[in-house]
Design a protein around this ligand. Structure first.
Ligand code: NAP
Length: 301
């Protein structure tokens, strides 16, 4: 039997509608609008397209959106001063610095300069620490892992006691999602294994997984015979494997593949995310969720 397809675009739409309704209520009852600043340095085309989508989504849900477009040759000191200005601005609840930054700027220094209480990307060490502590300590889970968890929970997949295998140990996906799934509580409480290039027998670990989360960046890495029948497969990988002409726009677009052999895997898994249209749309959505959460936390004081 074919797996049910976890439609990230649909889940994302539902969550954005929930956020929009909350933003309207917050405005009506408290007269407060969540504020997000997007800081873009230079004109990297991929960064511009990500930031443009973030701005559009923020405006769609009713946020105040401030765009700070800075020249590629801005000094590190001036960028840090910009971040500090928004740290002190009470109308801004979320600060997003689009990565990567130009080589002459120390990315770590910039991320560490963001007020952890406005770090809606969840990359500041304080927020990584809070994530590790779990429970009420968590303020801003990083957006892609938060989106993955949301997809799992909203698909009704049982996490309590589940064997979760995470392929990849990056700081932005593998490590945080593994930590989130092992926490005691709803939508987690799983037994988690993280595998990577140092793992001896990748296939044997994957075969045990009730929930397999793959974030390696290697197209088709996970073979169908590595998938446990009926399991939930979350494919985070986004790999450009070629180009094609879009039927809709007539423009050249990238052909994207995930880390899992989707066509074969969907005949074995119980549920699976497609690429594109699975995890991808959730990342920006969770950025909006974090910004709203930040606004509400600032209101509480
Ligand atoms: P990354 O920083 O390159 O990390 C990849 C991880 O996968 C590393 O831990 C690496 O192991 C492991 N790995 C690579 N090849 C492997 C192999 N053959 N066997 C076992 N483990 C292997 O990548 P990332 O930033 O986490 O991103 C992973 C993928 O997710 C990429 O395709 C990226 O484009 C995609 N992504 C999508 C979204 C989204 O949809 N919104 C967001 C973020 C990332 P080692 O540590 O041993 O090197």
């Amino acid at each position: 039997m074919s797996a049910s397809i976890i439609d990230g675009s649909a889940v994302s739409k539902t969550i954005l509608a929930e956020i929009k309704a909350e933003v309207a209520e917050l405005g009506a009852k408290k007269g407060v609008i969540p504020g997000l600043v997007t800081i873009l340095v230079g004109a990297n085309p991929a960064s511009i397209s990500y930031v443009t989508l973030k701005i559009k989504t923020a405006l769609d849900v009713g946020f105040k959106e401030v765009q700070e477009n800075l020249p590629a040759d801005i000094s590190e000191a001036d960028l840090l001063a910009t971040v500090d200005r928004f740290n002190k601005d009470p109308s801004i609840h979320g600060i997003l610095v689009q990565l990567p930054l130009p080589k002459h700027i120390d990315e770590k220094k910039v991320i560490y300069a963001i007020d952890p209480d406005k770090d809606v990307d969840g990359f500041h060490p304080v927020n990584i620490g809070r994530l590790l502590l779990g429970g009420d300590e968590v303020r801003f889970p990083p957006c892609t892992p938060a989106g993955i968890r949301e997809l799992i929970v909203r698909s009704g997949v049982k996490t309590d006691g589940a064997e979760v295998v995470v392929v990849g140990r990056s700081n932005i996906v593998g490590k945080p999602i593994a930590n989130m799934m092992l926490q005691k509580g709803y939508g987690a409480n799983s037994t988690v294994t993280i595998v990577h290039t140092g793992t001896k027998d990748l296939a044997s670990h994957c075969r045990r997984a009730d929930i397999l989360i793959v974030a390696a960046g290697v197209p088709g890495l996970v073979k169908p015979e590595w998938i446990k029948p009926g399991s939930c497969v979350i494919d985070v990988g986004v790999n450009r494997v070629g180009e094609k002409i879009s039927e809709k726009t007539g423009k050249t677009i990238a052909i994207l593949r995930g880390d899992v052999d989707f066509d074969a895997a969907k005949e074995i898994a119980g549920s699976i995310t497609p690429v594109p249209g699975g995890v991808g749309p959730m990342t920006i959505t969770m950025l909006m969720k974090n910004t709203l959460a930040s606004c509400k936390a600032h209101l509480k004081g």
